[in-house]
Design a protein around this ligand. Sequence first.
Ligand code: 5RP
Length: 240
Amino acid sequence: MSAKKVSAAKSADEQKKEAALEALKLVKPGMSLGLGTGSTANHFIRALGEKVKEGLEVRGVPTSRATAELAKELGIPLTTLGDHPFLDLCVDGADEFDDKLRLIKGGGGALLIEKIVATSAKEVVIITDESKRVKTLGKFPLPIEIVNMGIKATAWKLERAFRMLGMNPKMVLRMKDGQAFRTDMGNVIVDAACDEIKEPERLEFMLNNIPGVVNNGLFIGIASRVIMATSKGTQEITAT
Ligand code: 5RP
């Protein structure tokens, strides 16, 4: 019998943590940081909390209530965009990214604040496991945050916008505990299962131009780099 040692593949969660630890190396004393939302961002926040305990002085702007709670528990000083409108670095996860560093975000429902915070940062670093890298965006249903008033009318306008770009996604109102999921801003989310997103730039613009749409989960031209962990280590990807 051969005694060949097989190293166990890293789980997605282990990869997320590895990417988070790599991103932590970019944090310098005195920085104002955007703190993302989700399981990958949580790894970053926990590791940052350790550094803060050791004496690192930074401040963070959270992208969700959940992130604010976690950061507070860990003793990370928090601030707001009101007090610090220009951030040095934002670290967040993503649901999908492609070679042009176009992202789908919002799986955790925090897309609006994530986009406001990310676009206020000099550098936006996305941390992921390898499952998030795609050739074409769209396997992950695109989250669209809309105002609750007039949902049906907005949904019809969404359908029309998708059709204009040759898509006919199944759209589902996101639910939680038997009720429409509400974002931290009190809005609802429609998830559009596109399979393949055609012309992401045009789609992002067209969706955001519909009255009733607050924002959508396409993040284009925002990420400066992706730190992706793989079973063979971390890889840094910049836009091609
Ligand atoms: C939350 C997000 C998250 O970044 C995204 O859903 C990835 O989550 P995870 O790190 O748990 O895989 O956009 O709104």
